[in-house]
Design a protein around this ligand. Structure first.
Ligand SMILES: [Zn+2]
Ligand SMILES: [Zn+2]
Length: 244
């Protein structure tokens, strides 16, 4: 009798056992870690296939958490930050425990509420070398750190840079009461020294976490974090365009 060659068949979707959730190619999923104390792994489904016994496997592209990257978690990494890696694996579909959404950085900062299933990704990550794309980022505040969407920042009406209240020696409540907010450099300058046409007073923007827009300093003031982290160039351009 001729042997049946184990045939593999691509599937369009897979239903998570015990749920009514359907996973399709391109969806982001949470996968059960072997160590149940750890948070679930996050991956993007690249392919779904069934073998001749109907065992379903998924080819996934892993997202890395900052602590899983070579450089580790840094101060400017958000709690829900992930890096899209170039690391693919086949996994049994049974290890999928739920779906999630990995937002672009920009969309994440616009969310009204961040739910447990919301994550964001602003960097691609090369697992073999630990390299990031993009590898540069705009920095803010006296501390010259990239933007962490979990931290509240206030914008100075003078120089338009964004600041952490704590770096300006004040509490969040104190910073919110200052209207307009001026950073220490701008408040110590004499207003008359500043050319009138470059001093626009706009309604104060205060942002915290999800409710915010990111604003970036004008090109000539733009500084780069020299080592590994960066905003996407297209986002930077778009945001600069939005700053009047
Ligand atoms: Zn700061
Ligand atoms: Zn200022």
């Amino acid at each position: 009798m001729a042997k049946t060659k184990p045939g593999k068949k691509d599937l369009d979707s897979y239903s998570i056992k015990g749920t009514n959730k359907v996973v399709r190619v391109g969806d982001c999923v949470l996968m059960r870690p072997s160590d149940s104390d750890k948070p679930p792994y996050v991956a993007k489904v690249d392919r779904i296939e069934a073998d001749h016994r109907n065992n379903v496997k998924v080819r996934v592209q892993w997202y890395y958490r900052p602590e899983e990257s070579v450089g580790g978690r840094r101060q400017f990494h958000g709690a829900k930050e992930l890096f899209l890696s170039d690391h693919y694996d086949f996994q049994s579909a049974h290890t999928i425990e739920g779906k999630c959404i990995v937002h672009s950085f920009k969309n994440y900062t616009k969310l009204e509420n961040v739910g447990p299933e919301d994550y964001f990704c602003r960097f691609d990550y090369k697992a073999a070398t630990g390299g990031f794309t993009p590898d540069r980022v705009a920095v803010y505040c006296k501390c010259e750190m990239p933007y962490n969407p979990d931290d509240l920042m206030v914008q100075c009406e003078g120089c338009k840079d964004w600041f952490h209240p704590i770096c300006m020696g004040m509490t969040i409540e104190e910073a919110k009461k200052l209207d307009p907010f001026l950073c220490s450099d701008c408040s110590s300058e004499d207003d008359a020294k500043r050319p009138l046409n470059s001093f626009h007073v706009e309604p104060k923007d205060i942002y915290d976490g999800a409710k915010t827009r990111v604003k970036i300093r004008e090109g000539d003031n733009l500084e780069h974090f020299p080592i590994v982290m960066g905003l996407h160039m297209d986002e930077r351009k778009e945001q600069n365009g939005a700053v009047k």
